[in-house]
Design a protein. Structure first.
Length: 231
């Protein structure tokens, strides 16, 4: 597959788009995430690669758990796993009905690509279970010692929120004190997420990669990668 010629995110001015089209394969995906870039398909035929001028992140020290969610967390109605049902999680993220949304950016092509990325140890999922039933979860990408969240879903109230808190606690135990959530949502803002500039984000990503934290078993975090772009 041909390598995509990603523009330096510092130089882009077109709504953070650094490339259009190209092969959605694991090599290009890993190269993109290591640079703070992610794909955001319009459909199966139009594929922008983006590094927005503002990036939403959540610092663990700034995490705010609403009282109602804290109460549910104490009751712990679900149990959680990591990387036990990645295909099912991404399929649910793509197909679950969301208020105010009529479609999904998680195309069939995206699902195939991220499942392969998971098989190679770069993409990971958190699952929330009620008994043996999958009732919520999320997935994201290890960008070389940092974590970029992609999407979440729930079939039971609070299942995805608690899965996210489980992930935060897991990453904190590994030594990571923040998470990239890409685009701000009301739910993430309520949990304490904030927006930072592209420059701040790229510098934060580089510093995390330099720490070489191994977040997951067989993590790609310690692999040698190309030079990072920072502002």
């Amino acid at each position: 597959m041909a390598l995509i010629d990603f523009k330096d995110p510092r130089l882009t001015s077109l709504d953070g788009i650094v490339a259009l089209g190209g092969s959605l394969d694991t090599t290009n995906l890993v190269r993109a995430y290591r640079r703070g870039i992610f794909p955001w398909p319009v459909n199966d035929y139009l594929l922008p690669w983006c590094c927005p001028g503002e990036r939403a992140i959540l610092e663990v020290k700034e995490l705010h758990i609403p009282r109602s969610l804290a109460k549910v967390k104490r009751q712990m109605p679900f149990h959680f796993t990591i990387d036990q049902a990645f295909p099912e999680v991404i399929d649910a993220c793509a197909t679950v009905k969301r208020n105010g949304e009529s479609g999904t950016w998680i195309t069939r092509q995206m699902m195939r690509a991220y499942c392969e990325l998971h098989e190679q140890g770069h993409a990971h999922s958190v699952e929330a279970w009620e008994g043996e039933a999958l009732v919520g979860g999320l997935y994201g990408v290890d960008s070389g010692g940092a974590f970029s969240g992609e999407s979440m879903f729930f079939y039971r109230a609070n299942a995805s929120k608690l899965a996210f808190l489980y992930l935060i606690e897991y990453l904190e135990e590994k030594g990571l004190d923040w998470i990239d959530i890409q685009m701000m949502t009301p739910h993430m803002e309520a949990l304490g997420a904030k927006s930072i500039t592209r420059s701040e984000f790229l510098q934060k990503l580089l510093l995390a990669q330099e720490r070489k934290i191994v977040l997951f078993a067989a993590s790609p975090a310690t692999l040698v990668t190309e030079d990072q772009w920072v502002e």
